[in-house]
Design a protein around this ligand. Structure first.
Ligand SMILES: [Zn+2]
Ligand SMILES: [Zn+2]
Length: 254
């Protein structure tokens, strides 16, 4: 299995517009972060989780040439802004692309991009909208996945596990069900938006991630969706050995 972090940044990226770095060192290239997204390959199938504003740039930068399915974790723009590009992506690739989202997220998509749902594709290519269950296991492109939801602002965010790899973004609290679903996972890529700071803003911090890791016992924890509060070198000093901050283009072979 191959996993590539396409984007490791929070909703506004870093630096934010107009070169706003806030607490970040401008010296470390790993502090340049596009919006959170991940690519992974398993059994010859190619998957992407979330399609934020930099989707096109991200997939080009790491040299991707194909995708079978895209999972959308929730309806915030930093995770769905490029969804309107996906019908054209499917056309160019010459095959249908599955787009998976929960019922709640699909509602958000219809509010933002209603025009995408207005008609079929005459030539057999295009998007195949798929309902991501709120919990339990399901199959996509012949690969088995497990999913559960985490609370995030007024929404819920879908987390995914595929074999030894799990991806949890935009979460505030980890439900029991999530701990059970993640138990024994080897590679956990998880949102740590607030870094060392506690703030009730729908996101998580290092203390929360540590608590989950103690329960789940993964071999490797990679922190993603990092805001401009989270300097790469600074947060590294505060984490256990098996933790590391994500960066754009990070390759995680398993
Ligand atoms: Zn987000
Ligand atoms: Zn969000």
């Amino acid at each position: 299995m191959k996993v590539v972090v396409l984007g490791s940044g929070s909703a506004y990226g870093s630096p934010m517009a107009f070169n706003q770095w806030r607490g970040l060192s401008t010296d470390n290239p790993r502090n340049y972060r596009s919006r959170a997204s991940v690519y992974f390959e398993v059994a010859g199938r190619k998957f992407i989780i979330d399609a934020g504003p930099e989707f096109r740039v991200q997939v080009n930068q790491v040299g991707l040439t194909d995708v079978d399915a895209v999972f959308l974790t929730h309806g915030h723009y930093d995770h769905i802004a490029s969804v309107p590009e996906l019908p054209r992506v499917s056309k160019m690739l010459g095959h249908p692309v599955e787009v998976w989202s929960s019922a709640e997220t699909e509602q958000e998509l219809k509010t933002c991009f209603g025009f995408l749902f207005n008609g079929g594709e005459p030539d057999g290519v295009g998007l195949r909208w798929k309902l991501l269950p709120d919990s339990g296991s399901f199959e996509c492109c012949g690969v088995r996945f497990q999913t559960f939801q985490v609370p995030h602002h007024r929404l819920h965010c879908s987390a995914l596990r595929c074999g030894d790899f799990a991806y949890v973004t935009d979460w505030e609290n980890m439900p029991e069900e999530g701990v059970a679903a993640l138990r024994g996972v080897k590679l956990l890529v998880i949102e740590c938006n607030n870094g060392l700071v506690y703030e009730k803003n729908g996101h998580s911090n290092l203390e929360n991630v540590k608590r989950v890791a103690e329960l789940v016992r993964p071999e490797r924890v990679v922190l993603t969706h990092l805001s401009t509060r989270v300097d790469y070198d600074d947060i590294k000093k505060h984490m256990p050995d098996y933790f590391e901050p994500a960066y754009d283009g990070m390759i995680l072979d398993m």
